[in-house]
Design a binder for this molecule. Structure first.
Ligand SMILES: [Zn+2]
Length: 115
């Protein structure tokens, strides 16, 4: 590779790295807002169950918990998608055992799984 090709390659790698950083920052911001959504659901569950108790209708508590928990499940699925994207942007992959490794790894260092 000539000197100028190396310079060009270096600039291209730097641009890719910058792009990756921007993408990661965006994904992490989305992740943290999803985590805040879950916190809101927890608060809503508490407030609603207490409101049911106050109005003498504690029997509704189970239904309230059920409904908001389904909302939490949905947000958790979105979080799983975001976490997967973060792994991909970082050029990593997740093993069946849960260990995150560099994308071109052939064997998992934790469980020995072959990719
Ligand atoms: Zn593994």
């Amino acid at each position: 590779m000539s000197f100028f090709d190396k310079v060009k390659q270096g600039a291209s790698d730097a641009a890719k790295k910058a792009q990756q950083t921007v993408e990661l920052t965006k994904l992490k911001a989305q992740l943290s807002s999803k985590e805040k959504e879950i916190e809101k659901f927890y608060t809503l569950i508490g407030e609603s169950v207490y409101a049911a108790y106050i109005s003498g209708d504690s029997a509704r508590s189970g239904e309230i918990v059920e409904r908001f928990s389904q909302g939490i499940d949905a947000v958790k699925q979105e979080i799983a998608v975001l976490e997967q994207k973060i792994i991909e942007v970082r050029n990593e992959k997740e093993c069946v055992c849960g260990k995150v490794v560099v994308a071109d790894t052939k064997f998992c260092s934790a469980c020995g799984h072959q990719f």
